[in-house]
Design a protein around this ligand. Structure first.
Ligand SMILES: Nc1ncnc2c1ncn2[C@@H]1O[C@H](COP(=O)(O)OP(=O)(O)O)[C@@H](O)[C@H]1O
Ligand SMILES: [Mg+2]
Length: 263
């Protein structure tokens, strides 16, 4: 029996002549919290975009729970149990935070609430609304739930992005830099929320630069450099990994600089 929920097999992607990803392969075990690290431009967001179906790879495949999802639509992939957040979430101006969360419901309730009339519609809508309000509360957004989604802070937009992804009730959630630009107080809240989700059985893949966050939140790390995977290890092994140090700090590594990664 396989314990892996995600299998990425030999992915390659070029934009024009520029090869962004080359022979990228790794597995994510059920219940893991995996940090996906790498310098800016190393291909992390492109990798997430391919896994979640937003762009097609040139080569390779992605398996979710043993089923190939490579050629599925993004919507279908979400329905299969894999949701993701975006590095720079853009929110609509004319919808409230609560409405944005409700619109992300891909379940039968969500679909029915847009198709049906009368009492059935109201029942379906109520279920979607209750789910959205519960998640907004869990991600600390209840006080701003009535505001236009475009008017909340950058950090709150990241939290709303997580709420939207969770509306699909995924088994695997991938987050693209969930704490970048987020106030330190909110950062702690995000770490706690992610741990709660993991305790409830959700597997997480988190693109992140912040080493404190990685050590607090992750039990395994995958490091990308120039489109190649250069390490797959525990967070506490990163500082001793020569290829990781080179990727972040260049080829001539002075010993004190390791503290940047270890700290
Ligand atoms: N749609 C695109 N067209 C052309 N180049 C792109 C596109 N998306 C990303 N890139 C390039 O691919 C490289 C990797 O980008 P990205 O995956 O966003 O890196 P990361 O998320 O690790 O910072 C960068 O050099 C970026 O400029
Ligand atoms: Mg990125």
């Amino acid at each position: 029996m396989t314990t892996s929920i995600l299998e990425v097999n030999s992915l390659a992607k070029s934009f024009g002549a520029f090869q962004v990803l080359q022979d990228v392969k790794f597995q994510v075990d059920k219940g893991d919290i995996v940090g996906l690290l790498g310098p800016n431009g190393s291909g992390k967001s492109t990798l997430l975009n391919i896994i979640s179906g937003f762009i097609a790879p040139d080569r390779g495949s992605v398996m979710l729970d043993g089923a190939c999802i490579s050629s599925m639509s993004t919507f279908r992939i979400v329905k299969e149990g894999l949701a993701r957040t975006f590095q720079l979430p853009v929110m609509p101006q004319k919808m409230s935070v609560l409405e944005v969360a409700m619109a992300a419901d891909t379940s039968m309730h969500g679909v029915m609430s847009t198709l049906l009339n009368g009492p059935s519609m109201r029942r379906a809508e109520r279920a979607t609304r209750e789910q959205a309000m519960r998640l907004l509360d869990e991600l600390l957004l209840t006080p701003v739930s009535h505001l236009p989604a475009s008017a909340i802070s950058g950090g709150q937009k990241k939290l709303l992005g997580i709420v939207c992804a969770l509306m699909a009730r995924p088994r695997l959630l991938m987050l693209d830099e969930p704490t970048a630009g987020v106030h330190p107080n909110l950062r702690q809240d995000i770490v706690r929320a992610l741990h709660r989700l993991n305790e409830q059985g959700m597997t997480l893949v988190i693109v992140e630069h912040d080493m404190h966050f990685i050590r607090e939140a992750c039990n395994r790390c995958i490091v990308l450099d120039q489109g190649h995977i250069v390490a797959s290890c525990k967070p506490q092994e990163l500082a001793a990994n020569e290829r990781v140090v080179q990727a972040y700090l260049g080829t001539t590594v002075a010993e004190p600089n390791r503290e940047l990664i270890a700290s």
